[in-house]
Ligand binder design. Structure first.
Ligand code: URA
Length: 427
């Protein structure tokens, strides 16, 4: 077996065997296969795709490149959720505690830091003073057994193959391939090894998948790979053309998650969180989808989910008082309000552009080691379809590090599509 033959097979759309896939993944992870050969193979995959069998083989070879967690020490049924990412997505901090509020369900999660517009879940959690994300496995399991929920950062021992391949994909224009995205996400999720897995596959301007059809394709493939690996796995497709909720940015998103768990936030974010939690509960065998929907709503309305978040933050060393008083989260030194130029109706919102504006304010990072500004971000004062009168605030931009808002404000302003209303339409 050699790498050139494998590249040629994929180039000619011939199916690789399981052994060839293992040879490629193990050879690249150990350094025997160089970047230039792996890059050529990845490009062949981008152009020609992989079969379902090949995608399963690639995913399992990547999963097996490192540790596979043994969650048998967790007494309850374990449910993990993965979102393919989007602007303003703070659902993990909401649905993890909400699902764990139901008897017999635990949500052990590992997440990553963000690269690009906004921070990842780990960056968001790190905006809570003292919150430890680098927790050893035994302590992680202990927290999950006590509170039902924990999120920590992904250990370097999980899926080293994905770490190396993803970095190469980022620098060779080979990220946007459905089988490669599937293998990358699913190898990490299968290495975490929860009993059930819910996949929130997003499509739209702020997501990897730009069309609902591509999101459906990715979701169906991930379900097949999950089921082939013996997991109860379901993908649901959600729209990410507009940001999720009104806050974008790390501490601002924690604030919104806490406020939702306090019962103060309704609308699209609440509805999506209920849908995701209900699906997690149904996968865990807790009832029909309508029974699970009622349990998800009750978990939030009763305050139990907020209590779980608070206990988890406390056990991970964080300042859990933020669950009662969100003003204890990092606050930005500088702010800038953008006002409606006329009486307008909001007809479109470009989530990706708002994400980019937020990056300019310091809420995200372009390279791996860049510092993040936890207080930076944007708070929107509208939802799609709202009518706003002239000179009323449209959004507020925040930053602790950038005092000149001109570039970010321009970008954020242009992310919103208006229809100008005729005089008197708002009176
Ligand atoms: N997220 C991942 O972890 N991998 C991908 O390939 C794309 C998104």
């Amino acid at each position: 077996m050699n790498a050139v033959d494998i590249i040629n097979k994929t180039k000619r759309k011939l199916q690789l065997t399981e052994d060839e896939m293992k040879y490629l993944v193990n050879g690249y992870t150990s350094g025997e296969i160089p970047d230039y050969q792996m890059s050529a193979w990845l490009m062949a995959v981008c152009l020609n795709g992989l079969t379902e069998e090949e995608t399963v083989a690639l995913t399992l070879a990547m999963r097996d490149s490192g540790d596979i967690l043994d969650l048998s020490c967790i007494e309850k049924i374990t449910v993990d959720k993965h979102s393919t990412g989007g602007v303003g997505d703070k659902t993990s901090m909401i649905i993890g505690p909400a699902a764990a509020a139901v008897c017999g369900v635990a949500v052990p999660k590992m997440s990553g830091r963000g690269l690009g517009h906004t921070g990842g879940t780990i960056d968001k959690l790190e905006s809570i003073s003292g919150y430890r994300v680098d927790v050893e496995f035994d302590e992680f399991a202990d927290i999950v057994n006590k509170t039902g929920f924990s999120i920590i950062s992904q250990s370097g021992q999980l899926c080293p193959a994905d770490k190396k391949i993803y970095a190469l994909r980022n620098s060779t224009g080979t990220v946007d391939s459905i089988p490669l995205i599937c293998a990358s996400i699913m190898s990490k999720k299968l290495a975490l090894n929860a009993d059930c897995l819910l996949l929130d596959v997003k499509w739209g301007s702020g997501a990897f998948m730009k069309t609902p059809e591509d999101a459906e394709r990715l979701g169906a493939l991930m379900e097949k790979v999950g089921n082939a690996a013996g997991k109860k796995c379901r993908a649901i497709i959600t729209d990410m053309n507009t940001p999720l909720g009104c806050c974008i940015g790390n501490s601002l998103e924690i604030k919104e998650a806490v406020e939702l768990l306090q019962g103060k936030v309704k609308g699209r974010l609440y509805d999506i969180c209920i849908e995701l939690t209900a699906n997690m509960l149904e996968l865990a065998g807790k009832g029909t989808i309508s029974e699970c929907t009622a349990m998800a709503k009750e978990a939030i309305a009763s305050g139990k989910a907020l209590e779980i978040l608070k206990e988890t933050i406390e056990m991970q060393g964080g300042d859990s008082r933020v669950c009662d008083d969100t003003s204890l989260l990092p606050q930005a030194k500088y702010s800038h309000v953008i006002y409606a130029p006329f009486d307008v109706e909001i007809v479109s919102v470009n989530a990706e552009e708002l994400g980019m504006a937020s990056l300019l304010l310091g809420a995200g990072r372009i390279s791996k080691d860049e510092e993040i500004d936890y207080a930076a971000g944007i708070v929107l004062e509208f939802e799609l379809g709202d009518k706003i009168s002239m000179d009323a605030p449209l959004m507020t931009l925040y930053s602790d590090t950038v005092s000149d808002f001109s570039e970010a404000a321009l970008r954020a302003y242009h992310a919103v599509g208006f229809r100008t209303l005729t005089e008197g339409a708002l009176t």
